[in-house]
Design a protein around this ligand. Structure first.
Ligand code: GDG
Length: 489
């Protein structure tokens, strides 16, 4: 039989993929990793991220698809299905990985959005690649979306997708969630393409942020660019071309969370508890194990934490043997210059502190530049007396929530930076300003000596919060807001 005439969307996108989906997630990375088996065959394995877990029920209930990059340059792949999810790989060339991903996403937007802790680099060719790649993601999504489908775009790498997608497919309901902070206008205004990015985001019906402050920074940026009357509360009047129908977007906070029950279940497994005891004994059963778990990133305040611990040792407020700091720094963005420099600085500092204060029998800092399986992370959380989250700026920080979820023994103390989004919710942590090294040292000392009753009462309150606001609740809240936006049309 003759092929049916192309639909409107096929004409718009030039693609003739006949499969269409009612719910589509778009993110830089697909939720799978390519595993090469010992015999050389390649297969896909689901990556166990929180976003995947959160969206699993929605994916199963609706006709779901996921659009994203498969993580390897110059790889052209056909769409494939894994665990009932239709995955659409978006190809990136090696140059695009360098310019769109390592360049514009991780060396322009990432430092700019994290309060310019490191100086952002502005390159016009990086921007051109960002536009080109965002358009590819938008087209891939438009090509598989059913009429009136819901599309949820994730994170700072894809801020232009909402507008591009709306232009291709005005029938779609579009959500966007920003996992990192949105900076104050005084900083944001540096961006040569500040207007294009805001317009890109305003293509969405709902724009979600981690903190109320981030949503506020965004609506203030809109007012600075389009005038005082362009926002009212969380509603933004979207500037449209003459003759186009007026439209409203919602900009609001939806603090992300974790699958708390899953972490608690793991932490109750006897073999993981045995591993936690083994970690303690391998470290020489010190009085206090301090723990840091971060991607090796300059936003995480690893240097500040090392400095504080080094000074506690120098001042004789603790000794190697009495205390140990375990720092997991998982390798991250290793081809970006600022990350290479950071690694050198951290490793120099760790070497100095260990050289000055460790003994043959007792290390001061156990520094681990590896990624670990989740089981090992949970065992570390259980082994740690004090969890150190000292980010200088962090959208949320899931490590803080994971630590709390694992501590079903109602023990352990969380030291948490005010500059992490998690601080808005986890008020019963010891909140610190990581730039205040004396304050951080005092908090570390207080945490080590905190009476058991106070530890338990704080941890109980923290656990209640994390259990009640888990990641399922986060995705439900966001999708309910999107459904309301659809209803209001
Ligand atoms: C961005 C925002 C926001 C780390 N090392 C290992 C490992 N991890 C896991 C942790 C945690 C995740 O990675 C890191 O999440 P964070 O929230 O702490 O930080 P970012 O990676 O910067 O994430 C952040 C988040 O997006 C979500 O919206 O909270 O603010 O920056 O889950 O456990 N996991 C394993 N081995 C490791 O070595 N298995």
């Amino acid at each position: 039989p003759p092929a049916p005439p192309p639909t409107r969307q096929e004409r718009a996108t030039g693609m003739t993929d006949r499969q269409s989906y009612d719910f589509i997630v778009v993110s830089n990375r697909l939720p799978v990793d390519r595993i090469i088996d010992p015999d050389g065959t390649a297969r896909w394995q689901r990556s166990p991220g929180g976003l995947v877990t959160a969206l699993e029920p929605v994916m199963r209930a609706s006709d779901g698809a996921w659009v994203g990059w498969a993580g390897k340059a110059d790889l052209e792949l056909e769409p494939f299905t894994i665990d009932d999810t239709y995955l659409v790989p978006v190809p990136l060339s090696a140059d695009e990985v360098a310019d769109y991903y390592e360049g514009f996403s991780n060396d322009t937007l990432w430092p700019l959005y994290h309060d310019v802790i490191a100086p952002p680099t502005y390159h016009r060719e990086w921007w051109d690649a960002y536009v080109r790649v965002n358009r590819r993601f938008a087209e891939a999504s438009a090509a598989i979306a059913a009429e009136g489908a819901t599309v949820w775009v994730q994170d700072y790498q894809l801020q232009l997708v909402p507008k591009m997608l709306r232009e291709l497919r005005p029938d779609l309901v579009i959500g966007f969630f920003n996992h990192i902070p949105f900076p104050p206008y005084g900083i944001y205004a540096q961006l040569p393409w500040r207007r294009q990015i805001v317009e890109g985001l305003l293509g969405a019906d709902v724009i979600g942020f981690q903190r109320v402050a981030d949503a506020g920074n965004f609506t203030r940026a809109v007012r600075r660019l389009y005038g005082a009357n362009s926002t009212k509360g969380s509603a933004v009047r979207v500037p449209v071309a003459q003759g186009e129908a007026p439209r409203t977007a919602i900009a609001k906070a939806f603090p992300i969370s974790i699958d708390a029950a899953m972490f608690e279940e793991m932490a109750r497994r006897p073999e993981i508890q045995a591993r936690a005891a083994e970690i303690r004994s391998e470290l020489g059963n010190p009085d206090t194990i301090y723990l840091g778990v971060d991607r090796l990133d300059y936003t995480k305040g690893i240097r500040h934490r090392l400095k504080a611990f080094g000074e506690l040792l120098r001042d004789g407020r603790t000794t190697a043997g009495e205390s140990v700091l375990v720092q997991v720094a998982s390798p991250s963005r290793e081809r970006v210059e600022a990350y290479m420099q950071l690694r050198d600085e951290i490793e120099l500092t760790v070497g100095r502190i260990n050289g000055d204060y460790a003994t043959i029998g007792h290390t001061a800092i156990a520094y681990l530049h590896h990624g670990y399986p989740r089981e090992e992370m949970v065992a570390l959380y259980l082994a740690a007396d004090v969890m150190l989250v000292t980010a200088l700026r962090d959208g949320m920080n899931l490590v803080a929530k994971e630590y709390v979820a694992c501590r079903h023994d109602n023990d352990g103390v969380l030291i948490l930076s005010e500059f992490a989004g998690a601080a808005d919710e986890l008020k019963n942590a010891l909140l610190v300003n990581p730039h205040d090294i004396e304050g951080l040292k005092d908090a570390m000392t207080v945490a080590a000596g905190m009476p058991q009753r106070e530890r338990a009462s704080r941890m109980r309150a923290l656990r209640k919060r994390v259990r009640e606001n888990d990641v399922a609740r986060w995705s439900q809240a966001f999708l309910a807001e999107l459904a309301a936006a659809k209803g209001a049309r």
